[in-house]
Design a protein. Structure first.
Length: 128
């Protein structure tokens, strides 16, 4: 079965749903729905492709770190953390997102879908 989306996006969505399955309680998310989403996304992935499997693993690790970092921002807002600390945490997320994009671009290249390469610019840092 073909899933109609770029492989890099399919892999990203799959890893996010896997994280939801692992980290959310049944009160927070319907596990049957999450399982159905995983099964849907898995239809489009060649599980015998070991390179893609390694890239999926990297992407899931990065998305997990982003999840944790975003949680830390929400927690900081709830705990009245100073804006300086919130800003520092946001910079961590920005760097993780750059790593995420790099892996998604590796997936696109590996799967012959270079037209789906993502470009992210952060203006001040990238202008030179």
């Amino acid at each position: 079965v073909s899933v109609p989306m770029p492989m890099s996006e399919l892999c990203d969505r799959l890893t996010i749903v896997r994280l939801k399955q692992q980290r959310l309680t049944s009160a927070q998310a319907d596990q049957r729905d999450l399982n159905a989403q995983i099964a849907y996304y898995m239809q489009g992935i060649d599980v015998s492709d070991f390179i893609l499997g390694d890239l999926l693993h990297k992407l899931e690790q990065i998305n997990g770190k982003m999840w944790d970092a975003e949680y830390n921002i929400r927690r900081g807002l709830d705990d009245d953390a100073p804006m300086e600390e919130i800003g520092r945490r946001a910079l961590v997320i920005r760097e993780l997102n750059l790593e995420r994009i790099a892996v998604k671009n590796q997936i696109a290249a590996h799967c012959g879908q270079s037209e789906f390469t993502e470009v992210k610019r952060y203006y001040m840092r990238d202008s030179a």
